[in-house]
Design a protein around this ligand. Structure first.
Ligand code: ARG
Length: 275
């Protein structure tokens, strides 16, 4: 019960946080990459095919996206899936989910295999070079998951520990920037198993997903270090220059931020995650 409330509070405050911190720098400004001069529309306008809006995700990232028996979009559920469904429906379209490896999402977007990426994806300067991002809808931070009896208390304590990250996630970028060696896994659950089995000392991953793993696995705790890990903003990615789709997404997101829909979803999925 207490855990549920704490988790809900954590997710809620994260959803409402809009500040940017410094350190482990990745996300630049929340500029949408949409600042080209008016009238100079780029050639890369992806047609939002028929009445379907195809979102790519990697459904290994609870509470944002995960596979379940009865999800909001087929077998897919989570905060992002609910947002995707609402964006599509508000525009008279049906949301379709393509589940793939996290590392493949931006390539699939550039190839036109999907219309947009919704995957708890952090806005970074590097990613902004290849895609455009929507208005951010959630603020997270990297945290460290350790065993309950661990003496790790701050980021610098992990320099000579066995570190696990997830392939292609910003946690990996952070370790690269800090110059700490690590082992990268394909899935969060694989990294968590290494930790549970005592084969690594710490998993560096996004805060809300960490909260879910800690509530699912006994004997783990979260260590935060805001001086080392800056706030990261999640946004939806579209093909560079697809301003039509970007504007449609931004209108929907800005409305949902303003009317509290997104904080309500974050709270709802946090409650469910803690059960
Ligand atoms: N926020 C992190 C990043 O952008 C992790 C996102 C992982 N998302 C997922 N659906 N697996 O790199």
């Amino acid at each position: 019960m207490k855990k549920t409330t704490k988790l809900a509070a954590l997710l809620l405050s994260a959803a409402m946080l809009v500040s940017m911190f410094t350190a482990c720098g990745n996300s630049g400004s929340a500029d949408n990459g949409n600042s080209q001069a008016a009238g100079q529309s780029s050639a890369a306008q992806a047609p939002a095919a028929g009445s379907e809006l195809k979102f790519g995700t990697n459904a290994e990232f609870p509470p944002f996206e995960f596979v379940t028996a009865n999800g909001v979009i087929g077998q897919y559920d989570g905060i992002d899936m609910a947002i995707a469904k609402q964006i599509a429906e508000e525009n008279g379209k049906t949301a379709v989910i393509e589940n793939m490896e996290f590392d493949s999402l931006l390539v699939a977007l550039q190839n036109g295999q999907i219309d947009a990426v919704i995957a708890g994806m952090t806005v970074t300067d590097e990613r902004k070079e290849s895609v455009d991002f929507s208005t951010p809808y959630y603020t997270a931070t990297q945290v460290m998951i350790v065993k309950e009896d661990s003496d790790i208390a701050k980021a610098s304590d992990i320099a000579d520990k066995k570190i696990c990250v997830i392939q292609g996630y910003t946690g990996q970028t952070c370790m690269d920037e800090m110059g700490y060696p690590y082992e990268a896994f394909k899935k969060g659950t694989e990294a968590i198993m290494e930790l549970v089995n005592g084969k690594c000392d710490v998993v560096v991953i996004d805060s809300a997903t960490a909260a879910k793993y800690v509530s699912d696995n006994a004997g783990l705790k979260i260590v935060e270090d805001p001086t080392a890990f800056e706030g990261e903003e999640y946004a939806i990615a579209v093909q560079k220059g697809n301003t039509e789709l970007l504007n449609m997404i931004n209108t929907a997101i800005e409305k949902k931020l303003a009317d509290g829909t997104i904080s309500a979803l974050a709270a709802q999925y946090a409650e469910a995650a803690a059960e």
